[in-house]
Design a protein around this ligand. Structure first.
Ligand code: GLC
Length: 587
C-alpha cells in the first residue's frame, strides 16, 4: 500500500493545501517508489554537486584582435562565467596543434598553442578561476596524436627507434590488416614499410595501448604489457602530471573507450565500448594516480557507456553518443545535420517525439552505476548542432529545466545560456568542423557591438563568422532583462544548488512518460516533481506516487492545474502548451 501524492491547484495558482489522511493506493504499473535514498559516489568534495560550463577557446573571447579567441580573453570573462553560478569549467584543447581537427590533434602536449597564448597564460587562467572559487578541467586527448607530433615523426622512420612502437603499424604496406580492422588503417604514409592505425580522421594516428587479445598470426599486434606500450603510457601519465602541477583540477578524456584495441569490435564501436577490461584497467591506473598524487583530480569520460566508464575509472561519463540522446534533442535530420537520423525529437513543439527509448537506455545505465559515478547528459557541445536549432528561448528553457534537474553533472555549452543559434551549414568548415560542428562553434555573442563583442578584428578574419541575424541574442541585452534565457538559466543553476532534492546525487524516479514527462527527484525527506511539456499544446497526465505531503511549492516554471481524483487515488496535472513546472512537495 502506498500513500497518494497530490498537488492542489486552483485558478491558475498553485495553492498550498493541507492533505489529511490520503487514500492509500497501490502504485500503477508505471509509478515507482520514491525512497529519498541516495549514495554520493566517491569523488573530490568540490565535484560532488558541481555544474560545469564548457568553453571553446577558439571562439569565446579574442583579447588581441587576431580574430581567434585566446586565454587572456577567457580570463577577462571569468566574472561572467562565475555569475552563471557554475562551479567548474571544461576547456576544449588549447595545445600546440596543426589544427586538422580544431586542436584535438595535439602536436605538443606540453605547450599552449601560440594563438591562445603561453603556458604562463594557462597558469594564470587556472589561478584566476580558483580565485573565483571555480575549478578547471582540461581536455586529455590521448587515444592518438597529431600526425606531426615528434613521437609520430620518429615512429614513421624506417630505422627502429624508441618511438617505433608508440603507434600501431602493420608489418607491410602491401598486405591489408585482417578484415575486422577494415577502414582503420592508412597506407602509403611515411618511410616505414607498414600501415598505421588511425583514430577518427586519417591524420590522427592511434597511440599504441596494445591489443586486448592479440592475434598470434599478426605479430604487429602487441600485448598491453609490452615494454614499449608501457613506456608510452608512462609518458602520457607525465603529461597529466604536468597540467595538474600547473593547476588543473582534472580532465575530460577524449574518446576514452578507444585506447586498447581488440578484434571483438568493429569500426566506430571501438571508440565507445571495447567490450574488454583492458581499457578500463588503464583508466583505473589513472584514477589511482590522481587519488594518490592529486586528490582534487576529477575524471570525465567521453565514452558514452557509463557502465564501463564509471566502473572504478571515471567520476563522470558523457552519455550523448547513443540514440536516446538524439531522441531527446536532435532526432530530425535537419536538426542533427549529420545525415544519419530521422524522426521527431521529444523536445519539439510538434509533440511527436518520445522519451521511452531514451528512458530505457538511461535507466539501464543509471541503475548499473548508482553510487559509482555520474552520468552527464550535456546541454550541447562542440560536436553537435546547437540546441538552439530553430527553437525559441522558452523551448530552450524547458530543455534546461530538464538538464538542470536530472541527476549527474550538468555541462552547459558556451552560448547556450543566451540561446545562440545553429548557424548555416554552408559556413566555412574550418579545421575539420564539418556540419553541424561548424555552425555550433561560432563566436560567443557578448553585445551588439562589432563582431557581437567577440573581437575587434575585421569580420573577414574571424575564426568563424558571427551570427548575422538582426536579433542575434547577446549577453549585454539579456543581462538587462530579468526574464531572459540567461537569467532563467542562472535561476535554474542556483535552484539545483540550493534544493537538496535536485543535487547531482539525489534519487531519480520517472513517473510518467509522454507529454508531459514527469519525474521525481528526492533526497531524504526532500521531494521535487519535475513536469515538462515541450509540446505547443496543453497536455495532461494522471499518476500516483507514494509520497505524503502537506503542501506544494512551485520552485520554478509555469502555473498549471491539478486535480486530485480521490476515488481513483490518482492525480491529474494539466500542463499548458510549452510549459514546465518544478514543484516541491512539502511534508
Ligand atoms: C571527440 C571530440 C571531437 C573530436 C574527436 C576526435 O569526439 O569531442 O571534437 O573531433 O573526438 O578527437
Amino acid at each position: 500500500m502506498h500513500k497518494l501524492m497530490n498537488i492542489h491547484h486552483r485558478e491558475g495558482r498553485i495553492l498550498t493545501s493541507l492533505l489529511l489522511f490520503l487514500t492509500l493506493l497501490p502504485l500503477s504499473a508505471s509509478a515507482q517508489t520514491i525512497t529519498g535514498k541516495y549514495q554520493i559516489p566517491a569523488m573530490p568534495d568540490w565535484a560532488k554537486n558541481a555544474v560545469f560550463y564548457q568553453i571553446y577557446p577558439q571562439t569565446f573571447c579574442d583579447s588581441d584582435g587576431d580574430g581567434i579567441g585566446d586565454i587572456q580573453g577567457i580570463i577577462s570573462k571569468l566574472d561572467y562565467v562565475k555569475s552563471l553560478g557554475v562551479d567548474a569549467i571544461w576547456f576544449n584543447p588549447f595545445f600546440d596543434s596543426p589544427f586538422n581537427d580544431a586542436g584535438y590533434d595535439i602536436r605538443d602536449y606540453y605547450k599552449i598553442a601560440p594563438r591562445y597564448g603561453t603556458n604562463d597564460d594557462a597558469r594564470q587562467l587556472f589561478e584566476e578561476a580558483h580565485k573565483r572559487g571555480m575549478h578547471v578541467i582540461f581536455d586529455y586527448v590521448i587515444s592518438y596524436t597529431a600526425i606531426d607530433h615528434p613521437w609520430f615523426v620518429a615512429s614513421q622512420k624506417q630505422e627502429k627507434n624508441k618511438y617505433s612502437n608508440y603507434y600501431i603499424w602493420t608489418e607491410t604496406n602491401w598486405v591489408d590488416p585482417p578484415f575486422e580492422f577494415a577502414g582503420q588503417f592508412v597506407k602509403g604514409y611515411g618511410q616505414r614499410n607498414g600501415q598505421f592505425m588511425r583514430n577518427f580522421y586519417w591524420c590522427q594516428p592511434a597511440l599504441n595501448f596494445g591489443f586486448a587479445n592479440p592475434d598470434p598470426n599478426q605479430k604487429w599486434q602487441l600485448p598491453t604489457d609490452h615494454p614499449d606500450v608501457l613506456a608510452m603510457r608512462e609518458d602520457l601519465k607525465d603529461v597529466l602530471r604536468f597540467w595538474m602541477d600547473m593547476g588543473a583540477d582534472g580532465f575530460r578524456a577524449d574518446m576514452a573507450g578507444a585506447l586498447v584495441k581488440t578484434r571483438r569490435v568493429r569500426g566506430n564501436e571501438q571508440f565507445f565500448n571495447t567490450n574488454e577490461n583492458a581499457t578500463k584497467l588503464f583508466w583505473r591506473e589513472i584514477r589511482q594516480l590522481l587519488e594518490k598524487e592529486y586528490p582534487r583530480g576529477f575524471m570525465v569520460a567521453e565514452w558514452s557507456y557509463p557502465a564501463d566508464a564509471l566502473d572504478n575509472c571515471f567520476h563522470v561519463d558523457f552519455f550523448h553518443w547513443f540514440k536516446g540522446y538524439n531522441d531527446l534533442f536532435q532526432k530530425e535530420s535537419w536538426r542533427i545535420l549529420n545525415g544519419v537520423s530521422e524522426g521527431h525529437s521529444y523536445f519539439d513543439a510538434e509533440g511527436k517525439g518520445s522519451v521511452t527509448d531514451f528512458l530505457s537506455s538511461y535507466m539501464d545505465q543509471y541503475q548499473k552505476t548508482l553510487g559509482k559515478g555520474y552520468i552527464s547528459l550535456p546541454l550541447g557541445n562542440h560536436d553537435n548542432a546547437r540546441l538552439g536549432n530553430r527553437r525559441t528561448d522558452k523551448e530552450l528553457e524547458i530543455i534546461y529545466a530538464f538538464g538542470f534537474t536530472m541527476p549527474g553533472v550538468p555541462f552547459l555549452y558556451y552560448g547556450n545560456e543566451i540561446g545562440m543559434r545553429q548557424l548555416p551549414n554552408d559556413w566555412p568548415q574550418v579545421e575539420g568542423a564539418y556540419q553541424p560542428r561548424n555552425g555550433a562553434r561560432t563566436p560567443m555573442q557578448w553585445s551588439s557591438d562589432k563582431n557581437l563583442g567577440f573581437s575587434t578584428a575585421d569580420a573577414a578574419s574571424l575564426y568563424l563568422p558571427v551570427d548575422p541575424a538582426p536579433d542575434a541574442p547577446n549577453v549585454a541585452a539579456q543581462e538587462k532583462d530579468p526574464n531572459s534565457l540567461l537569467n532563467k538559466t542562472r535561476k535554474l543553476i542556483a535552484l539545483r544548488h540550493t534544493e537538496p532534492a535536485l543535487a547531482n546525487y539525489a534519487e531519480f524516479v520517472p513517473v510518467c512518460e509522454g507529454y508531459p514527462f514527469v519525474y521525481a527527484r528526492a533526497a531524504d525527506s526532500h521531494v521535487v516533481l519535475v513536469m515538462l511539456n515541450p509540446k505547443a499544446e496543453a497536455a495532461d497526465a494522471t499518476f500516483s506516487v507514494n509520497v505524503k505531503y502537506k503542501k506544494t511549492r512551485l520552485l520554478m516554471g509555469d502555473n498549471f492545474k491539478m486535480e486530485h481524483n480521490k476515488k481513483a487515488g490518482t492525480m491529474t496535472v494539466h500542463m499548458p502548451p510549452t510549459s514546465y513546472a518544478i514543484v516541491k512537495l512539502i511534508k
